[in-house]
Design a protein. Structure first.
Length: 265
């Protein structure tokens, strides 16, 4: 069940009261509801109840990196580094990555087939509509034998033009990441980000036909702030808490392989 804190609307979160030293010093962090906000709630509830954190839960019309650039937030926790770099290029700013926390394996899901071997010719495949996760989705499809990408090239961002072999003549549809779970009724396969799968009630470790490997995965979700705040004591404390053994244990116990902590011990 979502807490009152997680349901705080953006307008109220951004209008921090100037009265009181504690409110004025609260660290404003934008986070996706699952699992990011849940992890932050565990930190403030169980590890550091004195931590002055103002949680701003994202919704479809909030762009966390723009809020950070514009000074409407102090940090965000929702993205992996390749996505961050693409956002930095669009926004014309360089942020600071202060902690790598967990991996949400991208998964392939279906309501029409039970195994990837059953995927028919001409099947429709929904993928995230941003360049980083679209590329990530193509690589997951390749890793499971559905397509083959040309070697070389960009090496980071693959596009449909990089597909060398498509033996099942798959048709690719770009969908807003948050809407991908809802596309399951309309397509044969959907490649869904782990956080959106969890929010929709899917259990990646159980429901996905295929999941990314955790080993060597470059898509760890990170705590991000501005260059100016990178050495702020609140940021450094939050980074230490998020990378602690206690948080790693919470992630393992709560998500059971659907979210994987970067910390291994």
């Amino acid at each position: 069940m979502r807490s009152t804190t997680r349901r705080a609307v953006l307008a109220g979160s951004l209008a921090l009261a100037a009265s009181g030293a504690r409110a004025a010093s609260a660290l404003r962090v934008v986070a996706s509801s699952v699992p990011h906000a849940e992890i932050l709630e565990f930190v403030t509830r169980s590890l550091a109840p004195d931590f002055p954190l103002k949680l701003i839960e994202t919704s479809g019309d909030i762009r966390p990196n723009a809020l950070l650039r514009d000074g409407d937030a102090d940090a965000n926790f929702f993205q992996h580094v390749p996505f961050l770099h693409s956002e930095e290029a669009q926004l014309g700013v360089t942020f600071a990555v202060v902690a790598a926390v967990h991996i949400e394996p991208l998964g392939i899901y279906s309501r029409r087939v039970k195994t990837l071997a059953e995927v028919p010719k001409g099947a429709s495949v929904a993928l995230p509509n941003n360049v980083t996760n679209f590329s990530r989705g193509l690589k997951l499809l390749q890793g499971n034998g559905l397509i083959r990408l040309r070697p070389g090239g960009d090496g980071t961002f693959a596009t449909v033009q990089d597909i060398a072999e498509n033996p099942k003549s798959l048709r690719f549809i770009e969908v807003l990441s948050a809407q991908l779970p809802r596309s399951l009724d309309d397509v044969v396969l959907a490649v869904i980000n782990g956080n959106y799968a969890l929010e929709f009630g899917l259990v990646p470790a159980r429901d996905a036909l295929a999941l990314e490997r955790a080993e060597g995965n470059p898509y760890a979700n990170v705590l991000v702030t501005t260059q100016a705040l990178a050495r702020d004591e609140r940021i450094l404390r939050l980074a230490a808490l998020l990378t602690s053994a206690d948080v790693a244990g919470f992630i393992r116990d709560r998500y059971r392989g659907s979210v994987i902590p970067v910390r291994t011990a």
